[in-house]
Design a protein around this ligand. Structure first.
Ligand code: ATP
Ligand code: MG
Length: 562
């Protein structure tokens, strides 16, 4: 059951949460915090950001904003392999696009390698760290269990010996894995993270910023609190998997020579059904060509959502409404779509686009004649005004808006029936022309000249309204329709998530007919194609080769249960 399904409507988007409450309390108790709290968003630059990161961004920047504080953007690049400038640039672009500002406060964790190293030396000198020569496998084997403490035969080696070995580790005298620096905490702790955790390891790998300066690198649990201290972070917000690491975070803080005491608070990460969010899996999809890059509109990456037509507001609202809690849960993908629809419904210009065109010939409309009609740009926004559309003897309609033999409750075109051509005239179907195989070539109708704008002068009721585009002025466009990327609702849990890829997740429709003003559509704009959904120009769209992505359909499948 999802978080949303469990939550009453009025609780969704509540303007308080347990982090706000905790911070409020801290401020009340600590004079230093009255000047302002300080948070950070610390992505590892080894992939593109996804919707889960958007939640963390909203929490980190949101908490800072709530208390007039600041939020830093920090590249967590303590791990030398895998990092890439492309990722750093994309992260900045995505955070900015979501609407958050880190000001001048953009940092790299690798900026603090020197102070981390210096602090490690101090820990050794204080008898709080030692060089251990157990291999990673041996450390694992010797970690004990609930009843048995861990063991390291190197724990009581003299301080001077550890210091000497640590310097030699730094100077590159030993191969990878030969030895580590471990914090001397408690080999019998019930929390295994406290059983003398490794804080430095040897890794002869170049770093994307420090190049070959270092061949020892700090472990995350040791590095992160020091990064926070270095930046004056007061509240270090992270996801629940770090809860058991908090005692170690506090240990590092308390044994660092500082009066700063950043506090770690954990919240549940965002899980969404029907998609994958782990970077490893996203990278596989991109690198092995299952999708069209990191910004494929089917991916939950921020750039994919952007290309799909998601707006920053819709994503922020989504993050706001799912709320922040300590309960692990899965949110319905349809709730994200619901939030997009909510936003676009207010903003998107309405347009007519015929995806599967067939010609409708209005036989009593004079040949050669053309007229200009008016249509509202957005019925939800009067200020959006009206635009002109042309109408003439031949218009394109959707092929499924005509049936020679109508099924039950079919109110569109069939011989003898009347429908309204949106904002134009009422037409009455008179028949169709077919080829020798029975395929319909054209549909025929007569229009009622006294129904301009779509309403008959005599007030008779017209049940169906269909959209159309004037043949004379229509332009061609390609339309991309998307479905779930996976056939499984929980692809993260599948043994092989590639096997459950949906082969029909992308349907490309060429030769759609759209209103000519769409030639001027720009990246970042959204349109509601009447009866078809919300669409946006794809990044590859040009004036002469229009391509639109369907952002979301019109029908809302998300239901808030009360
Ligand atoms: P992955 O496991 O996909 O590689 P990660 O957690 O290692 O993701 P980071 O770059 O380290 O990715 O994440 C930066 C921040 O974003 C962290 O504070 C992390 O907790 C947060 N974050 C990542 N995924 C989610 C999620 N699904 N929901 C909420 N926060 C998340
Ligand atoms: Mg990480």
């Amino acid at each position: 059951m999802s978080e949303i399904e469990n939550t009453k409507t009025e609780e969704i988007g509540a303007d308080s949460n347990f982090i706000f409450e905790a911070v409020k309390k801290d401020i009340a108790q600590n004079e230093n915090l009255k000047e302002g709290i300080h948070t950070r968003f610390p992505p590892e630059p080894n992939g593109y950001l996804h919707i889960g990161h958007a939640k963390a961004i909203c929490v980190d920047f949101g908490v800072a904003k709530k208390f007039n504080g600041l939020c830093n953007l920090r590249m967590d690049d303590t791990n030398p392999s895998k990092e890439d400038v492309e990722y750093v640039d994309s992260i900045k672009e995505d955070v900015k696009w979501l609407g958050f500002d880190w000001g001048e406060r953009f940092y790299y964790a690798s900026d603090y390698f020197d102070i981390m190293f210096e602090n490690a030396c101090n820990l050794i000198k204080k008898g709080l760290a030692y060089v251990c020569e157990l291999s990673p496998e041996e450390v694992k084997k010797n970690r004990g269990d609930a009843k048995t403490p861990a063991v390291s035969p190197y724990r009581n080696r003299p301080i001077s010996e550890s210091l000497d070995l640590f310097l030699r580790m730094k100077n590159g005298e030993f191969p990878d894995g030969k030895m580590t620096l471990r914090a001397k905490i408690d080999l019998s702790s019930g929390n295994f993270n406290m059983r003398d955790p490794v804080i430095y390891r040897i890794n002869h790998a170049a770093h994307h910023r420090t190049k070959n300066k270092w061949c020892i690198y700090p472990m995350y649990d040791y590095a992160h609190p020091i990064e926070d201290i270095a930046e004056g972070i007061t509240h270090s917000l992270c996801t629940l998997e770090f809860e058991d690491h908090r005692p170690l975070y506090d240990w590092v803080v308390n044994n660092f020579d500082t009066d700063k005491k950043p506090r770690q608070i954990e919240f549940a990460r965002l899980n969404i059904n029907n998609t994958v969010m782990s970077k490893r899996k996203l990278r596989k999809l991109v690198e092995e060509g299952y999708v069209d890059g990191w910004d494929d509109p089917r991916l939950p990456t921020i750039c994919g959502l952007r290309r799909r037509g998601y707006t920053p507001v819709s994503i922020r609202n989504f993050c706001d409404k799912i709320g922040v809690s300590k309960v692990i849960s899965t949110v319905e993908y349809s709730f994200l779509e619901h939030c997009l629809r909510d936003d676009l419904n207010l903003k998107a210009t309405r347009a007519m686009a015929v995806l599967n065109p067939i010609k409708l010939v209005i036989t009593n409309y004079p040949e050669g004649k053309s007229e200009e009609l008016e249509i509202e740009n957005n019925p939800n926004d009067e200020a959006a005004g009206k635009r002109k559309i042309t109408f003439s003897r031949e218009v394109y309609i959707e092929s499924d808006d005509f049936e020679e033999v109508p099924p039950k409750k079919y109110y569109r075109l069939f011989p003898g029936n009347e429908v309204r051509l949106k904002s134009a005239y009422v037409v009455k179907c008179t028949g169709c022309k077919k080829d020798e195989n029975g395929n319909i070539l054209e549909v025929y109708a007569k229009y009622d000249p006294d129904s301009k704008g779509g309403n008959p002068a005599d007030g008779r009721k017209i049940r169906g309204t269909i959209h159309w585009v004037d043949v004379k002025t229509a332009v061609n466009a390609q339309v991309n329709l998307y479905d779930n990327l996976f056939l499984s609702s929980n692809p993260e849990q599948e043994e092989d998530f590639i096997k459950v890829l949906n082969p029909k997740s992308l349907e490309i429709i060429k030769n759609c007919k759209v209103e000519s003003f769409l030639k001027n559509s720009k990246i970042g704009e959204s349109y509601q194609f009447m009866r078809k959904g919300y669409f946006c120009p794809d990044k590859k769209s040009t004036e002469n080769n229009l391509i639109f992505n369907r952002s979301v359909g019109l029908k809302d499948s998300f239901k808030i249960s009360k």
